[in-house]
Design a protein around this ligand. Structure first.
Ligand SMILES: [Zn+2]
Ligand SMILES: [Zn+2]
Length: 462
């Protein structure tokens, strides 16, 4: 994200970025009906570009495909060092680890300095999540210029690259998630690469040409931020922090605690989203990519820990979609909408979300049965019945979903009030049906665990 050269990359995330809410819901609905379809497809129902580009090539030239992929892999091994980001990202944690304890032990800092540290942690953290991420990358809501510029200043204080670099990279990440060659912070390359390694060298996947951010490149303020980015960073992180320190009577203490220590912590908390949030946690909405939901990571990442939901429904302004999930960024955006500073908050409707969840539960039950079968174990009679029940319920579930989708499509097309009324009625009925089905599936899962335990497969399957 930090100062990257602009080179060509076939970024096709744009058409997703500018989709309307209706289209999104339609797309999301279509995506999650694919329970029995080819498991190699991505969550957006398309092959990653790197693979799709080769799809038309006939078998006889298959060798050249491999050669091309090998060539690109080779480029990764000899990627040159990205000196400015590498220096900042290596030097700042080392400096913070040495200087902070030394200064605290020899000088100590006052409560107001810690207050500024806390305020800056909140400001920079939320600026990245609500600003760079949900506002600029996903257009999940609209913000008043006061809010937008305040978040832009906070994001600049966070030193994570200009808005152009950050957003272009992030849209590529969503577009090519988990692709070793095209996802700039692919989790498939391991913890180190996805956390920080991807910024230390000029990897081919990290070269952006801004074709996927036409909505940002024409924004005058963002153009200025990009052009004078280095100046902005120094002015804020050194000039502003030192000035506040001078007012508090402790320039060095403020620079070390509210400047250096805060910078390093904000960096790594954000980096957790690309590394740990693709490694540890649950996958309640999709298992077609590595993104996970993780409450503990949500605490450090201002609510972005619900990353599985985010990767499936990326244009929702919420990441922790349940009312009780810890997502301060969601609360901030919703709170500001009450006083007119944010508007047009985009959400995915409850039925579509529930659909995805129920779908995953069916899938998990099916996988458990497959695990037992693959183990070469004779499935007991009770379990065969159970398998049949799962199948018939799944069929009924899919029929209900199809009816709902047909009505939804009709409503979007006709936009007639009588149709909308009828749709509302069906929506209510469906919410009830979904809850019933979900309950049934939970019961089945528990029966399944008992059955597996009885045949000695508890660890593997249950
Ligand atoms: Zn991700
Ligand atoms: Zn995102």
């Amino acid at each position: 994200m930090i100062a990257k050269k602009a080179l060509g990359l076939p970024l096709k995330g744009l058409r997703f970025a500018i989709k309307s809410g209706d289209t999104l819901i339609k797309t999301a609905s279509t995506q999650i009906t694919r329970f029995n379809e080819n498991k190699t497809k991505s969550s957006l129902g398309e092959q990653p570009v790197a693979k799709r580009n080769y799809a038309h090539i006939d078998a006889p030239v298959a060798g050249s495909q491999e050669a091309s992929i090998d060539m690109r892999e080779f480029e990764f091994t000899k990627a040159p060092i990205n000196w400015i980001p590498a220096t900042i990202l290596v030097a700042t944690p080392i400096a913070a680890a040495i200087i902070t304890p030394w200064y605290l032990f020899t000088h100590g800092v006052s409560a107001p300095v810690w207050g500024v540290f806390g305020a800056f942690m909140v400001w920079t953290g939320l600026s990245i999540t609500a600003g760079y991420h949900r506002l600029l990358s996903h257009r999940a809501y609209k913000a008043h210029p006061i809010v937008k510029n305040f978040l832009l200043l906070g994001s600049t204080l966070a030193v994570q690259g200009s808005a152009f670099d950050w957003v272009s990279g992030h849209r590529s990440h969503h577009r090519h998630v988990d692709d070793r060659l095209d996802d700039p912070y692919s989790a498939k390359r391991g913890f180190w690469f996805s956390h920080i390694g991807w910024m230390l060298r000029n990897y081919p996947s990290g070269k952006f040409d801004y074709k996927n951010i036409p909505d940002l490149t024409k924004d005058r303020v963002l153009q200025i931020q990009h052009k004078y980015y280095g100046l902005w960073v120094v002015a804020m992180n050194v000039g502003m922090v030192a000035a506040i320190g001078w007012l508090l009577g402790d320039v060095w203490g403020t620079l070390i605690i509210a400047g250096l220590l805060r910078l390093v912590l904000t960096h790594h908390f954000t980096f957790f989203i690309n590394s740990l949030c693709h490694m540890f946690g649950t996958r309640p909405y999709t298992d077609t990519n590595s993104a996970r939901d993780n409450f503990f990571l949500a605490i450090f990442t201002w609510g972005e820990g619900y990353h599985n939901y985010h990767h499936f429904f990326q244009y929702d302004y919420r990441n922790g979609v349940k009312w009780w999930q810890y997502d301060p960024t969601k609360w901030l955006i919703a709170g500001l909408s009450k006083i007119g500073l944010t508007s047009e908050l985009r959400t995915v409707d409850d039925t579509t979300i529930k659909h995805a969840e129920v779908q995953m539960q069916f899938k998990k039950a099916q996988q458990q049965i497959e695990t037992a079968t693959a183990g070469g174990i004779d499935i007991p009679h009770a379990m065969k019945n159970f398998q049949d029940r799962i199948k018939s319920e799944y069929d009924a579930f899919m029929q209900t979903v199809e009816e709902w989708q047909a009505l939804k499509a009709k409503a979007i097309e006709l936009k007639k009030t009588e149709c909308a009324d009828r749709l509302h009625e069906i929506d209510e009925k469906l919410k009830h049906d979904y809850a019933k089905i979900e309950q049934k599936i939970l019961e089945h899962n528990s029966n399944l665990k008992t059955a597996f335990r009885s045949i000695g497969l508890s660890k593997k399957a249950a």
